[in-house]
Design a protein around this ligand. Sequence first.
Ligand code: GAP
Length: 434
Amino acid sequence: MAAPDLDTLVALAKRRGFVFGSSEIYGGFASTWDYGPLGAELIRNVKEAWWRRVVMAREDVVGLNASILMHPRVWEASGHVENFNDPLVECPECRRRFRQDDVPDGTCPHDGATLTDPRRFNTMFSTQVGPVQESAATAYLRPETAQAIFVNFKNVLDSTRVRLPFGIAQIGKAFRNEITTGNFIFRSREFEQMELEYFVEPGQDAAAYQAWIDERLAWWQEFGLDSSRLRLRPHGDDELSHYSKGTTDIEYEFPFGWGELEGIANRTDFDLARHAEASGETLTVFDEASKSHIRPYVVEPASGVDRAALAFLADAYTEQDVRGEKRVFLNLDPRLAPIKAAIFPLARNKPDLVKLARDVRARLAASWPVFYDAGGSIGRRYARQDEAGTPFGITVDYESLDDHAVTVRHRDTMDQDRVAVDDLHGFVAERLAW
Ligand code: GAP
Protein backbone atom coordinates (compact mmCIF):
# COMPACT_ATOMS: atom_id res chain seq x y z
CA MET A 1 0.00 0.00 0.00
CA ALA A 2 1.06 3.63 -0.46
CA ALA A 3 3.14 5.15 2.33
CA PRO A 4 1.08 7.00 4.95
CA ASP A 5 1.64 10.74 5.08
CA LEU A 6 3.83 11.92 7.92
CA ASP A 7 0.99 13.66 9.77
CA THR A 8 -1.01 10.43 9.92
CA LEU A 9 1.98 8.63 11.37
CA VAL A 10 2.76 11.37 13.88
CA ALA A 11 -0.87 11.35 15.03
CA LEU A 12 -0.90 7.57 15.49
CA ALA A 13 2.45 7.69 17.28
CA LYS A 14 1.09 10.23 19.75
CA ARG A 15 -2.36 8.65 20.15
CA ARG A 16 -1.01 5.20 20.95
CA GLY A 17 2.01 6.28 23.00
CA PHE A 18 4.90 5.60 20.62
CA VAL A 19 6.39 9.10 20.47
CA PHE A 20 5.62 12.34 22.28
CA GLY A 21 7.11 15.78 21.73
CA SER A 22 9.58 16.49 24.52
CA SER A 23 8.56 18.84 27.36
CA GLU A 24 5.09 19.23 25.88
CA ILE A 25 3.52 20.76 29.00
CA TYR A 26 5.99 23.64 28.56
CA GLY A 27 5.12 24.08 24.91
CA GLY A 28 7.64 21.54 23.62
CA PHE A 29 11.36 21.81 22.98
CA ALA A 30 12.44 22.07 19.35
CA SER A 31 13.09 18.73 17.66
CA THR A 32 13.43 16.63 20.77
CA TRP A 33 11.27 13.59 21.25
CA ASP A 34 10.31 11.16 23.97
CA TYR A 35 9.42 7.53 23.41
CA GLY A 36 6.23 6.58 25.23
CA PRO A 37 5.28 3.14 26.57
CA LEU A 38 5.01 1.54 23.12
CA GLY A 39 7.92 3.46 21.62
CA ALA A 40 10.23 2.45 24.45
CA GLU A 41 9.48 -1.21 23.71
CA LEU A 42 9.82 -0.72 19.96
CA ILE A 43 13.29 0.81 20.14
CA ARG A 44 14.36 -1.79 22.73
CA ASN A 45 13.41 -4.44 20.16
CA VAL A 46 15.16 -2.62 17.27
CA LYS A 47 18.36 -2.52 19.31
CA GLU A 48 17.94 -6.17 20.34
CA ALA A 49 17.47 -7.18 16.69
CA TRP A 50 20.65 -5.32 15.72
CA TRP A 51 22.72 -6.60 18.66
CA ARG A 52 21.67 -10.20 18.10
CA ARG A 53 22.62 -10.11 14.46
CA VAL A 54 25.75 -7.94 14.57
CA VAL A 55 27.22 -9.14 17.88
CA MET A 56 25.65 -12.30 19.33
CA ALA A 57 25.33 -14.32 16.14
CA ARG A 58 28.96 -13.73 15.17
CA GLU A 59 32.19 -15.12 16.50
CA ASP A 60 34.17 -12.11 15.33
CA VAL A 61 32.35 -9.18 16.99
CA VAL A 62 32.38 -8.01 20.62
CA GLY A 63 30.37 -5.26 22.29
CA LEU A 64 31.22 -2.01 24.07
CA ASN A 65 29.25 0.49 26.13
CA ALA A 66 31.37 3.59 26.57
CA SER A 67 30.70 6.93 28.24
CA ILE A 68 29.28 9.83 26.26
CA LEU A 69 31.76 12.35 27.65
CA MET A 70 35.33 11.74 26.52
CA HIS A 71 38.64 13.54 26.70
CA PRO A 72 38.41 16.66 24.48
CA ARG A 73 41.61 15.61 22.71
CA VAL A 74 39.68 12.68 21.19
CA TRP A 75 37.78 15.12 19.02
CA GLU A 76 40.87 17.05 18.02
CA ALA A 77 42.65 13.86 16.96
CA SER A 78 39.59 12.49 15.16
CA GLY A 79 39.33 15.65 13.06
CA HIS A 80 35.89 16.58 14.35
CA VAL A 81 36.95 19.91 15.88
CA GLU A 82 38.35 20.94 12.54
CA ASN A 83 36.04 19.19 10.09
CA PHE A 84 32.67 18.36 11.62
CA ASN A 85 31.09 21.38 9.98
CA ASP A 86 27.96 22.03 8.00
CA PRO A 87 27.74 24.96 5.58
CA LEU A 88 25.33 27.46 7.16
CA VAL A 89 23.54 30.19 5.23
CA GLU A 90 21.33 32.88 6.72
CA CYS A 91 18.45 35.06 5.52
CA PRO A 92 19.27 38.77 6.03
CA GLU A 93 15.52 39.57 6.23
CA CYS A 94 14.03 36.99 8.61
CA ARG A 95 17.33 35.78 10.18
CA ARG A 96 16.37 32.14 9.60
CA ARG A 97 19.30 29.78 9.18
CA PHE A 98 19.58 26.84 6.78
CA ARG A 99 22.03 24.18 5.72
CA GLN A 100 23.27 25.29 2.34
CA ASP A 101 22.39 21.94 0.72
CA ASP A 102 18.74 22.33 1.82
CA VAL A 103 18.40 25.57 -0.19
CA PRO A 104 20.36 24.96 -3.41
CA ASP A 105 18.90 28.02 -5.19
CA GLY A 106 20.34 30.38 -2.55
CA THR A 107 17.03 32.09 -1.73
CA CYS A 108 15.07 32.06 1.52
CA PRO A 109 12.09 29.66 1.27
CA HIS A 110 10.07 32.01 3.53
CA ASP A 111 10.53 35.43 1.92
CA GLY A 112 12.63 34.84 -1.20
CA ALA A 113 15.54 37.04 -0.01
CA THR A 114 19.05 36.18 -1.22
CA LEU A 115 20.82 34.15 1.44
CA THR A 116 24.29 35.00 2.80
CA ASP A 117 27.45 33.25 1.63
CA PRO A 118 27.95 29.96 3.49
CA ARG A 119 30.05 29.79 6.62
CA ARG A 120 31.25 26.68 8.41
CA PHE A 121 29.24 25.74 11.49
CA ASN A 122 30.63 23.05 13.79
CA THR A 123 27.75 20.85 14.89
CA MET A 124 29.36 19.40 18.02
CA PHE A 125 27.67 20.35 21.29
CA SER A 126 30.12 21.56 23.89
CA THR A 127 29.59 21.58 27.61
CA GLN A 128 31.49 22.46 30.78
CA VAL A 129 32.72 19.61 32.96
CA GLY A 130 33.24 20.34 36.65
CA PRO A 131 32.19 23.25 38.82
CA VAL A 132 34.75 25.79 37.54
CA GLN A 133 33.85 27.54 34.30
CA GLU A 134 37.22 27.54 32.58
CA SER A 135 38.16 26.59 29.07
CA ALA A 136 40.26 23.60 30.20
CA ALA A 137 37.04 21.92 31.32
CA THR A 138 35.27 22.16 27.97
CA ALA A 139 34.09 18.79 26.70
CA TYR A 140 31.89 17.66 23.83
CA LEU A 141 28.82 15.49 23.73
CA ARG A 142 29.91 12.79 21.28
CA PRO A 143 28.63 13.38 17.73
CA GLU A 144 29.21 9.69 16.89
CA THR A 145 29.68 6.64 19.09
CA ALA A 146 32.50 5.39 16.86
CA GLN A 147 35.35 7.30 18.50
CA ALA A 148 34.90 5.46 21.81
CA ILE A 149 35.53 2.26 19.88
CA PHE A 150 38.82 3.52 18.40
CA VAL A 151 39.92 4.87 21.77
CA ASN A 152 39.22 1.46 23.37
CA PHE A 153 40.85 -0.51 20.57
CA LYS A 154 43.89 -1.45 22.69
CA ASN A 155 41.78 -2.28 25.76
CA VAL A 156 39.66 -4.69 23.75
CA LEU A 157 42.72 -6.28 22.13
CA ASP A 158 44.39 -6.75 25.52
CA SER A 159 41.33 -8.10 27.31
CA THR A 160 39.86 -10.45 24.71
CA ARG A 161 41.17 -13.02 22.25
CA VAL A 162 40.04 -11.20 19.10
CA ARG A 163 42.14 -11.67 15.96
CA LEU A 164 41.78 -9.88 12.63
CA PRO A 165 39.28 -9.59 11.13
CA PHE A 166 37.14 -8.57 14.12
CA GLY A 167 34.59 -5.96 15.06
CA ILE A 168 33.62 -3.84 18.06
CA ALA A 169 29.99 -2.79 18.24
CA GLN A 170 28.23 -0.17 20.28
CA ILE A 171 24.74 1.28 20.69
CA GLY A 172 24.37 4.65 22.34
CA LYS A 173 23.31 8.26 22.26
CA ALA A 174 24.95 10.81 19.99
CA PHE A 175 24.36 14.55 19.75
CA ARG A 176 24.63 17.04 16.92
CA ASN A 177 23.66 20.67 16.94
CA GLU A 178 21.98 20.28 13.55
CA ILE A 179 21.25 23.55 11.75
CA THR A 180 17.93 22.24 10.55
CA THR A 181 16.04 19.39 12.13
CA GLY A 182 12.72 17.92 11.24
CA ASN A 183 10.65 15.26 9.60
CA PHE A 184 9.59 14.01 13.03
CA ILE A 185 12.27 11.72 14.54
CA PHE A 186 14.29 11.57 11.30
CA ARG A 187 16.68 14.38 12.16
CA SER A 188 16.99 15.59 15.71
CA ARG A 189 19.79 16.93 17.90
CA GLU A 190 19.83 14.00 20.27
CA PHE A 191 19.56 10.54 18.76
CA GLU A 192 20.82 7.01 19.16
CA GLN A 193 23.29 5.19 16.95
CA MET A 194 24.08 1.52 16.34
CA GLU A 195 27.64 1.38 15.10
CA LEU A 196 30.11 -1.34 14.27
CA GLU A 197 33.81 -0.84 13.56
CA TYR A 198 35.03 -3.90 11.70
CA PHE A 199 38.85 -4.12 11.60
CA VAL A 200 40.53 -5.91 8.71
CA GLU A 201 43.97 -6.25 7.20
CA PRO A 202 44.69 -3.47 4.70
CA GLY A 203 43.85 -4.92 1.31
CA GLN A 204 40.86 -6.82 2.71
CA ASP A 205 38.86 -3.62 3.18
CA ALA A 206 37.14 -3.54 -0.22
CA ALA A 207 35.73 -7.06 0.23
CA ALA A 208 34.61 -6.32 3.82
CA TYR A 209 32.97 -3.08 2.68
CA GLN A 210 30.88 -4.94 0.10
CA ALA A 211 30.08 -7.79 2.49
CA TRP A 212 28.76 -5.36 5.13
CA ILE A 213 26.65 -3.48 2.58
CA ASP A 214 25.01 -6.78 1.61
CA GLU A 215 24.62 -7.98 5.18
CA ARG A 216 23.09 -4.76 6.44
CA LEU A 217 20.66 -4.46 3.53
CA ALA A 218 19.53 -8.03 4.24
CA TRP A 219 18.90 -7.13 7.91
CA TRP A 220 16.58 -4.24 7.04
CA GLN A 221 14.68 -6.52 4.67
CA GLU A 222 14.47 -9.39 7.14
CA PHE A 223 12.85 -7.15 9.73
CA GLY A 224 10.16 -6.07 7.35
CA LEU A 225 11.13 -3.10 5.21
CA ASP A 226 9.71 -3.34 1.71
CA SER A 227 12.56 -3.91 -0.78
CA SER A 228 11.02 -1.47 -3.24
CA ARG A 229 11.46 1.28 -0.64
CA LEU A 230 15.12 0.49 -0.02
CA ARG A 231 18.04 1.52 -2.18
CA LEU A 232 21.82 1.85 -2.02
CA ARG A 233 23.38 5.24 -2.75
CA PRO A 234 27.16 5.50 -3.07
CA HIS A 235 28.52 8.91 -2.03
CA GLY A 236 30.13 11.15 -4.60
CA ASP A 237 33.72 12.22 -3.84
CA ASP A 238 32.51 15.71 -2.91
CA GLU A 239 30.26 14.48 -0.09
CA LEU A 240 32.55 11.96 1.63
CA SER A 241 33.23 12.55 5.33
CA HIS A 242 36.74 13.69 6.19
CA TYR A 243 37.70 10.14 7.28
CA SER A 244 36.14 8.12 4.46
CA LYS A 245 37.58 6.53 1.34
CA GLY A 246 34.14 5.35 0.24
CA THR A 247 30.63 5.42 1.71
CA THR A 248 27.38 3.83 0.63
CA ASP A 249 24.11 4.86 2.24
CA ILE A 250 21.20 2.51 2.67
CA GLU A 251 18.26 4.79 1.96
CA TYR A 252 14.57 4.29 2.67
CA GLU A 253 11.66 5.97 0.98
CA PHE A 254 10.12 7.74 3.98
CA PRO A 255 6.72 9.48 3.72
CA PHE A 256 8.65 12.70 2.91
CA GLY A 257 11.02 11.11 0.36
CA TRP A 258 14.27 9.15 0.26
CA GLY A 259 16.50 9.50 3.31
CA GLU A 260 19.54 7.82 4.86
CA LEU A 261 18.90 4.95 7.26
CA GLU A 262 22.46 3.75 7.52
CA GLY A 263 25.89 4.60 6.12
CA ILE A 264 28.56 2.00 5.46
CA ALA A 265 31.99 3.64 5.25
CA ASN A 266 35.52 2.52 4.54
CA ARG A 267 37.36 4.63 7.14
CA THR A 268 40.78 3.13 6.21
CA ASP A 269 43.26 3.46 9.11
CA PHE A 270 42.48 7.17 9.44
CA ASP A 271 41.17 7.04 13.02
CA LEU A 272 43.67 4.59 14.49
CA ALA A 273 46.54 6.49 12.87
CA ARG A 274 45.32 9.83 14.23
CA HIS A 275 44.78 8.48 17.75
CA ALA A 276 48.14 6.67 17.73
CA GLU A 277 49.87 9.88 16.79
CA ALA A 278 48.00 12.07 19.26
CA SER A 279 48.14 9.70 22.24
CA GLY A 280 51.54 8.10 21.67
CA GLU A 281 50.00 4.63 22.06
CA THR A 282 50.73 1.81 19.62
CA LEU A 283 47.39 1.02 18.01
CA THR A 284 48.37 -2.00 15.94
CA VAL A 285 47.90 -5.76 16.02
CA PHE A 286 50.64 -8.36 15.81
CA ASP A 287 50.31 -10.55 12.75
CA GLU A 288 51.68 -14.05 13.47
CA ALA A 289 51.99 -14.96 9.81
CA SER A 290 54.20 -12.05 8.81
CA LYS A 291 55.65 -11.52 12.33
CA SER A 292 54.92 -7.83 11.99
CA HIS A 293 52.70 -5.19 13.55
CA ILE A 294 49.97 -3.97 11.27
CA ARG A 295 47.50 -1.14 11.64
CA PRO A 296 44.12 -2.42 10.46
CA TYR A 297 41.71 -0.70 8.15
CA VAL A 298 38.16 -0.35 9.35
CA VAL A 299 34.75 -0.74 7.71
CA GLU A 300 31.91 0.95 9.55
CA PRO A 301 28.18 0.20 9.25
CA ALA A 302 26.51 3.05 11.19
CA SER A 303 22.77 3.33 11.59
CA GLY A 304 20.27 5.27 13.68
CA VAL A 305 17.77 3.77 16.11
CA ASP A 306 15.30 6.64 15.64
CA ARG A 307 15.36 6.44 11.85
CA ALA A 308 14.94 2.69 12.13
CA ALA A 309 11.88 3.15 14.35
CA LEU A 310 10.41 5.66 11.89
CA ALA A 311 11.02 3.40 8.89
CA PHE A 312 9.56 0.33 10.61
CA LEU A 313 6.48 2.30 11.70
CA ALA A 314 5.94 3.84 8.26
CA ASP A 315 6.37 0.51 6.50
CA ALA A 316 4.06 -1.30 8.91
CA TYR A 317 1.21 1.22 8.70
CA THR A 318 -1.68 -0.45 6.88
CA GLU A 319 -5.22 0.65 6.15
CA GLN A 320 -7.82 -1.90 5.17
CA ASP A 321 -11.47 -1.74 4.25
CA VAL A 322 -13.43 -4.23 6.35
CA ARG A 323 -17.11 -4.31 5.45
CA GLY A 324 -17.12 -0.60 4.70
CA GLU A 325 -15.14 0.37 7.81
CA LYS A 326 -11.52 1.50 7.85
CA ARG A 327 -9.25 -0.77 9.85
CA VAL A 328 -5.75 0.51 10.71
CA PHE A 329 -3.06 -1.85 11.87
CA LEU A 330 0.73 -2.00 12.09
CA ASN A 331 2.01 -5.20 10.55
CA LEU A 332 5.31 -4.96 12.44
CA ASP A 333 7.50 -8.03 12.51
CA PRO A 334 6.33 -9.78 15.72
CA ARG A 335 9.89 -9.59 17.06
CA LEU A 336 9.77 -5.79 16.82
CA ALA A 337 6.18 -5.38 18.03
CA PRO A 338 6.10 -3.53 21.37
CA ILE A 339 3.42 -5.75 22.94
CA LYS A 340 3.42 -9.38 21.92
CA ALA A 341 -0.05 -10.41 23.05
CA ALA A 342 -3.16 -8.79 24.47
CA ILE A 343 -5.44 -10.75 26.78
CA PHE A 344 -9.13 -10.02 26.62
CA PRO A 345 -11.48 -11.54 29.23
CA LEU A 346 -14.95 -11.64 27.69
CA ALA A 347 -16.63 -10.86 31.01
CA ARG A 348 -15.51 -8.78 33.98
CA ASN A 349 -18.01 -10.06 36.49
CA LYS A 350 -17.36 -13.78 36.34
CA PRO A 351 -14.63 -14.54 38.90
CA ASP A 352 -13.59 -17.90 37.37
CA LEU A 353 -13.17 -16.35 33.94
CA VAL A 354 -11.24 -13.35 35.26
CA LYS A 355 -9.00 -15.69 37.27
CA LEU A 356 -8.23 -17.75 34.17
CA ALA A 357 -7.55 -14.62 32.09
CA ARG A 358 -5.18 -13.33 34.77
CA ASP A 359 -3.44 -16.70 34.81
CA VAL A 360 -3.03 -16.57 31.00
CA ARG A 361 -1.57 -13.08 31.32
CA ALA A 362 0.88 -14.16 34.01
CA ARG A 363 2.10 -17.15 31.98
CA LEU A 364 2.97 -14.92 29.02
CA ALA A 365 4.14 -11.88 31.02
CA ALA A 366 7.02 -13.93 32.41
CA SER A 367 8.54 -13.88 28.92
CA TRP A 368 7.20 -10.86 27.03
CA PRO A 369 5.47 -7.50 27.35
CA VAL A 370 1.74 -8.29 27.24
CA PHE A 371 -1.36 -6.24 27.88
CA TYR A 372 -4.48 -7.12 29.83
CA ASP A 373 -7.52 -5.28 28.56
CA ALA A 374 -10.96 -5.84 30.05
CA GLY A 375 -12.51 -2.57 28.87
CA GLY A 376 -15.03 -1.93 26.09
CA SER A 377 -16.37 -4.08 23.28
CA ILE A 378 -14.15 -6.81 21.93
CA GLY A 379 -14.05 -4.96 18.58
CA ARG A 380 -12.69 -1.82 20.27
CA ARG A 381 -10.12 -3.85 22.13
CA TYR A 382 -8.94 -5.47 18.90
CA ALA A 383 -8.76 -2.06 17.18
CA ARG A 384 -6.57 -0.57 19.92
CA GLN A 385 -4.13 -3.47 19.69
CA ASP A 386 -4.14 -3.40 15.87
CA GLU A 387 -2.90 0.19 16.02
CA ALA A 388 -0.26 -0.82 18.54
CA GLY A 389 0.91 -3.62 16.22
CA THR A 390 0.19 -6.40 18.73
CA PRO A 391 0.44 -9.67 16.77
CA PHE A 392 -1.81 -11.85 18.99
CA GLY A 393 -5.18 -11.01 20.55
CA ILE A 394 -6.16 -13.69 23.07
CA THR A 395 -9.78 -13.94 24.12
CA VAL A 396 -10.75 -15.84 27.24
CA ASP A 397 -14.44 -16.69 26.85
CA TYR A 398 -17.09 -18.70 28.65
CA GLU A 399 -16.09 -21.88 26.85
CA SER A 400 -12.53 -21.44 28.10
CA LEU A 401 -13.73 -22.52 31.54
CA ASP A 402 -14.80 -25.87 30.09
CA ASP A 403 -12.15 -26.60 27.47
CA HIS A 404 -9.23 -24.73 29.11
CA ALA A 405 -8.47 -23.17 25.72
CA VAL A 406 -8.50 -19.62 24.33
CA THR A 407 -9.05 -17.97 20.96
CA VAL A 408 -5.98 -16.43 19.39
CA ARG A 409 -6.70 -13.82 16.75
CA HIS A 410 -3.89 -12.95 14.33
CA ARG A 411 -3.39 -9.23 13.71
CA ASP A 412 -2.67 -9.26 9.95
CA THR A 413 -5.20 -11.83 8.73
CA MET A 414 -7.74 -11.65 11.57
CA ASP A 415 -7.75 -15.48 11.40
CA GLN A 416 -8.46 -17.25 14.65
CA ASP A 417 -7.02 -20.38 16.28
CA ARG A 418 -8.27 -22.20 19.34
CA VAL A 419 -5.25 -22.97 21.51
CA ALA A 420 -5.08 -24.92 24.77
CA VAL A 421 -3.97 -22.71 27.66
CA ASP A 422 -1.13 -25.12 28.41
CA ASP A 423 0.16 -24.83 24.81
CA LEU A 424 -0.17 -21.05 24.60
CA HIS A 425 3.34 -20.11 25.72
CA GLY A 426 4.88 -22.47 23.14
CA PHE A 427 2.48 -21.22 20.45
CA VAL A 428 3.58 -17.61 20.97
CA ALA A 429 7.27 -18.46 21.50
CA GLU A 430 7.41 -20.30 18.18
CA ARG A 431 6.24 -17.16 16.37
CA LEU A 432 8.62 -14.82 18.19
CA ALA A 433 11.81 -16.83 17.80
CA TRP A 434 14.80 -14.73 16.80
N1 GAP B 1 30.18 7.13 12.67
C1 GAP B 1 29.65 7.46 11.40
C2 GAP B 1 28.47 8.31 11.45
O1 GAP B 1 28.15 8.86 12.50
P1 GAP B 1 26.51 9.27 10.02
O2 GAP B 1 26.04 8.87 8.65
O3 GAP B 1 26.76 10.71 10.27
O4 GAP B 1 27.81 8.39 10.29
C3 GAP B 1 25.10 7.39 11.16
O5 GAP B 1 25.46 8.75 11.11
C4 GAP B 1 23.61 7.25 11.32
O6 GAP B 1 23.16 7.97 12.46
C5 GAP B 1 22.79 7.81 10.15
O7 GAP B 1 22.68 6.87 9.10
C6 GAP B 1 21.45 8.07 10.81
O8 GAP B 1 20.68 6.87 10.85
C7 GAP B 1 21.84 8.45 12.23
N2 GAP B 1 21.81 9.91 12.38
C8 GAP B 1 22.79 10.79 12.04
N3 GAP B 1 22.41 12.06 12.32
C9 GAP B 1 21.17 11.98 12.86
C10 GAP B 1 20.24 12.95 13.37
N4 GAP B 1 20.52 14.24 13.42
N5 GAP B 1 19.04 12.50 13.84
C11 GAP B 1 18.74 11.18 13.82
N6 GAP B 1 19.58 10.24 13.37
C12 GAP B 1 20.79 10.61 12.89
